[in-house]
Design a protein around this ligand. Structure first.
Ligand code: F6P
Length: 378
């Protein structure tokens, strides 16, 4: 009998989601004769049984479209807002999965989606995931769908900020996304030739940034581009956060874990708007006029790059083959030029941060970029 497959997209949208849906759908329907249904708006559509049948017609013409034709949400199956109450809807999801006689459910998403997908795997569903996030912070996959596009958008923004910063002799601070990792800021900062790059993995010292900007001024460069990851923090707060994350990891009880989570949330709330503060502080300390640009959701909008289309098509078609072989409980990861099936248990709850000896960090230091910690090679 033909296999039936459900697919949903969850978490923040990313360019390349439609390319992945298309690849999975075309391979599954065309080459393997499967039936595919899409659930709307992430796990919520699975609870509310809102579906769209995917066929050759509606899978056509979507390769280059940004967003997701299925819609997305950040709803969690075990804590869903239903009429103002937070309810565990996992059993409803299991029921609906069986109602549609699904052989597998494909969840396309980032860290949160993987945790949610794993919960459904534990309930006995055949789950398979595709890694998608502009943050590139999923363990197990070299890269994730959407990252390359966001990187290109952020890089182009730095290029454009250069001419205006240069003309006005200003410091321009550019805040980019990335959640609690610095992949996007570091990648775009190196590609765009930023003078200072600040990432969560390297808590920064404002005095060191001041020194590096003033040194540039003395050398005749009266402008600077400072690229900051949204999660980057000054040294004191960064060290406090690292200690809290350790505390949460080492927690011996649920209460202890919840307490650490609360403290982390509080610190993150207190740090909101830190890039504005940074721009003000740099203006005061250097005497150079400063401006702040927050790139925000522009990084998630529009058509995917060629690299993201290729990645989404590779992962989507490989996903169809894994379903055909009956391999579940896995994430379809990108490894080198190929694709690997990684057990979901090895991915869930882990965050891929930028290693301090990563070649991008070494290259940034090599060209004299200040990373806020005083270590530069030139
Ligand atoms: O995870 C992707 C991401 O874009 C992060 O970089 C950012 O912190 C977050 O989502 C923003 O989420 P929202 O869609 O709720 O604004």
């Amino acid at each position: 009998m033909n296999k039936s497959v459900g697919v949903l997209t969850a978490g923040g949208d990313s360019p390349g989601l439609n390319a992945a849906i298309r690849a999975l759908g075309k391979a599954a329907i065309g080459a393997m004769n499967m039936n595919i249904i899409g659930f709307r708006d992430g796990f919520r559509g699975l609870v509310e049984n809102r579906i769209v049948r995917l066929d050759k017609q509606n899978l056509s013409g979507i390769l280059t479209l940004g967003g997701t034709i299925l819609g997305t949400s950040r709803d969690k199956p075990h804590r869903m807002n239903i009429g103002g109450k937070s309810l565990d809807m996992t059993d409803v999801i299991v029921e609906n999965y069986h109602k549609h006689h699904l052989d597998a459910l494909v969840c396309i998403g980032g860290g949160g989606t993987h945790k949610n997908a794993y919960r459904l795997l534990e309930k006995g569903l055949n789950i398979i995931t595709l890694p998608k996030t502009i943050d590139n912070d999923l363990e197990g996959s070299d890269t994730t769908i959407g990252f390359d596009t966001a990187l290109s958008i952020a890089t182009e923004s730095i290029d454009r900020l250069h001419s205006t910063a240069h003309s006005h002799h200003r410091i321009i601070v550019l805040e980019v996304m990335g959640h609690n990792t610095g992949w996007l800021a570091l990648g775009a900062g190196v590609s765009g030739g930023a003078d200072v790059i600040l990432i969560p993995e390297i808590p920064y010292d404002i005095k060191i940034i001041e020194k590096s900007i003033l040194r540039r001024s003395r050398g005749g460069k009266n402008f600077s581009i400072v690229v900051v990851a949204e999660g980057a923090l000054p040294r004191k707060e960064g060290e406090k956060l690292a200690a809290l994350v350790q505390k949460k990891r080492g927690a011996k009880s649920k209460d202890e874990k919840e307490q650490a989570s609360k403290e982390i949330q509080m610190l993150e709330r207190e740090s909101a708007g830190h890039t504005m503060r940074l721009a003000h502080q740099l203006e005061e300390r250097t005497g150079l006029e400063s401006r702040l640009t927050i790139l925000g959701h522009l990084q998630r909008g529009g058509a995917p790059t060629a690299a993201d289309r290729l990645l989404a098509t590779r992962l989507g078609t490989a996903c169809a083959s894994f379903i055909q072989e009956g391999r579940y409980g896995i994430m379809v990861a990108s490894r080198g030029q190929g694709v690997e099936a990684i057990p979901l248990a090895d991915v869930v709850g882990k965050r891929k941060v930028v290693p301090l000896d990563h070649p991008w960090i070494e290259s940034a230091r090599g060209v004299g970029t200040c990373l806020g910690d005083g270590q530069t090679l030139v």
